[in-house]
Design a protein around this ligand. Structure first.
Ligand code: COA
Length: 158
């Protein structure tokens, strides 16, 4: 059975992330989506809020399970039996950071591969920060996130 882990902050989850999850779910028998819990990072949404938000968006995919991840991603991959970490690449700007992470992960555990999927061109400019910037000024984010996420963002900002 092929098991993958797609880790991320998902603060909030965007349609770009969901595109990777949908396509990734077809590549693996089971895909874990790991919501990162990092004490050194400041998130808009709490761990529990992000976990519930991502679970809600992924419930339509029967082979996708959403979990909270803390510590090293390779350790989480090992714990759930994943042979690969899935990451989306949006543009050249992602490359260096992702190369560094993939190399570090490979050195930490040679058995866990990192697989990159090109982000759908519709979302190559998109990030969670962009979504937060737009909603703060009451802009329209309906092309970037789901209605559920819009509601959660509105509760935070208004
Ligand atoms: N569509 C839209 N946006 C996307 C995207 C996509 N397909 N893929 C990434 N992004 C955006 C995110 O929205 C996010 O935007 P933001 O910076 O405005 O918040 C940004 O790209 C970063 O994305 P994310 O995938 O959440 O990565 P991250 O940099 O927060 O990293 C981990 C999260 C969990 C993968 C990483 O920090 C990690 O592995 N941490 C554990 C420690 C570890 O093992 N480190 C490696 C060894 S040193």
């Amino acid at each position: 059975m092929k098991i993958g882990l797609y880790p991320g902050s998902f603060d909030p989850i965007t349609l770009g992330h969901l595109d990777i999850i949908e396509r990734g779910s077809k590549m693996f028998d089971k895909l874990y989506v790991g919501v990162a819990s990092n004490m050194r990072k400041t998130y808009l949404f709490s761990d529990e809020e992000r976990l519930q938000m991502v679970k809600e968006e992924c419930k339509k995919y029967p082979n996708v399970e959403v979990i909270l991840c803390s510590g090293l991603t390779v350790n989480e991959a090992k714990r759930v039996g994943a042979s690969a970490i899935l990451r989306g690449l949006r543009a050249m700007m992602d490359f260096e950071y992702e190369l560094q992470m993939a190399t570090a992960n490979k050195m930490l555990d040679d058995d866990v591969e990192t697989l990159f999927m090109m982000t759908n061109p519709h979302y190559s400019y998109l990030s969670s920060s962009v979504v937060k910037e737009i909603i703060k000024d009451n802009g329209d984010i309906s092309k970037f996130v789901t209605p559920n996420v819009i509601e959660m963002l509105k509760k935070k900002y208004f």
